[in-house]
Design a protein around this ligand. Structure first.
Ligand SMILES: Cc1ncc(COP(=O)(O)O)c(C=O)c1O
Length: 394
């Protein structure tokens, strides 16, 4: 069978080694607690699920949905962006629906770049930033997110010749996996850098509602609309990962280009799912409850991790802990240590979700000394994991 070079060149599945170990432990009867993959196990709130049935009746004739999202959905998104971030958006030209940020992010470079153009991607970062770039025949340039820079981009270290060839810069705050929230000053610097080099600032904000800071996170659109596109999603805010719905908003010229691309790729989110999303976006109490639940899990894990002498982590938002490992360990060795049958805790080794970067004349892997905990197990499981972690001797 003939297989495309793009598929052949895909790196082997990074988690294979950890997955094999996990499967082995389960076979041995170990009670494994999985903080590895970031897919929440909590149910979608009942009032959102209940909205589906009348919505299916309302849209009894199936028909293809609108490519750009129903007017009522786009209006709801614009209203929500206004009330949450005080950002004015025209639902006709500045908002478009998508079938989840993953697909939108993966496909976006196809609308913007030509072969050989650069895309600036954070490392560690969400894999579709780089894979979408590669499939569009662009070149990802990885900029590191490091604790000494508050996990913000160090713009002075991006070489001028790369900046000149770059067409998109991905940013993601609250940051997965470091959990850092953006500051306005940081967004302003990135915006200025992007404007200077005619780069689109593409901001992935799926965790904007999962935060533990006193002040809610801000959106990249708060520093400017020209040259900026924001991707947000109902997946994390309303625990709707399986529904496949979100929206992109910002600069009308970029939105128009993105709509043109998407019209050729997918046929939109089902109307009854959009109706459920409108119901979800009209309620904040379920989001407050989700935040409280994640905060409780975060507190339990933070206490356990610091009690064995690990440095405090930086989580202000998202449901991740980006934990620095002990000095005598690597991200892989520490992840394996947590898989000891007496602990049975699965985490993601940081080096597997980070790409090598050129930084200050050296090649570094920014995830080499970190493991990622996704706070998705139930409260009971989190408590059990914390007790077991406290028995670890470093
Ligand atoms: C950083 C980041 N961006 C985007 C997404 C995609 O979310 P969805 O495709 O469910 O909207 C995820 C999901 O895990 C994510 O972690």
């Amino acid at each position: 069978m003939h297989i495309s070079d793009k598929i052949k060149n895909l790196a082997p599945y990074a988690f294979a080694e950890v997955n094999n170990l996990v499967a082995q432990l389960k076979d041995e009867g170990v009670d494994v607690i999985d903080f590895g993959v970031g897919d929440p196990l909590d149910p979608t709130p009942e009032f959102i699920r209940k909205a589906l049935t009348p919505a299916a009746d309302k849209h009894a004739t199936s028909g293809y949905p609108s490519y750009i999202g129903m007017k009522s959905f786009r209006e709801k998104c614009a209203n929500w962006m206004q009330s949450r971030f005080q950002i004015e958006l025209d639902p006709e030209t500045e908002v478009t629906s998508h079938i989840g940020s993953k697909e939108a992010i993966f496909n976006f470079p196809e609308a913007i770049i030509n072969p050989g153009d650069y895309v600036l991607c954070p490392s560690p970062g969400y894999p579709p930033y780089k894979q979408g770039t590669r499939f569009a025949e662009g070149v990802p340039y990885f900029y590191p997110l490091l604790p000494e820079n508050d996990f913000f981009p160090d713009l002075d270290e991006i070489p001028e010749e790369i900046a000149q060839k770059a067409k998109i810069m991905w940013v993601c705050y609250p940051n997965s996996p470091s959990g850092k929230n953006a500051t306005k000053e940081m967004y302003e610097k990135v915006y200025e850098f992007c404007q200077k080099h005619n780069i689109i600032m593409a901001s992935d904000e799926p965790y904007s509602e999962i935060y533990f800071s006193d002040e809610p996170p801000i959106s990249a659109l708060s520093v400017g609309k020209k040259g900026v596109i924001v991707f947000n999603s109902l997946s994390k805010r309303s625990r709707m990962t399986g529904y496949r719905i979100g929206f992109a908003c910002g600069d009308p010229e970029i939105i128009a280009t993105f709509r043109k691309l998407k019209t050729n790729i997918d046929s939109g989110t089902p109307n009854f799912v959009q109706e459920a999303a409108i119901v979800a976006l009209s309620d904040e109490s379920h989001v407050e409850q989700a935040r409280a639940e994640y905060a409780e899990r975060l507190g339990i894990m933070q206490e356990a991790l610091t009690s064995i002498g690990l440095p405090p982590n930086t989580t202000e938002g998202t449901f991740y802990i980006w934990q620095q490992v002990p000095e005598n360990e690597t991200s892989l060795s520490f992840a394996k240590k947590l898989l000891d049958p007496s602990i049975g805790v699965v985490v993601t080794p940081g080096e597997l979700i980070s790409d090598e970067c050129e930084y200050r004349g050296q090649k570094i892997n920014p995830g080499a000394n970190f493991v990622r905990f996704a706070l998705v197990p139930t409260l009971d499981q989190v408590q059990k994991a914390a007790e077991r972690i406290k028995t670890l001797e470093l």
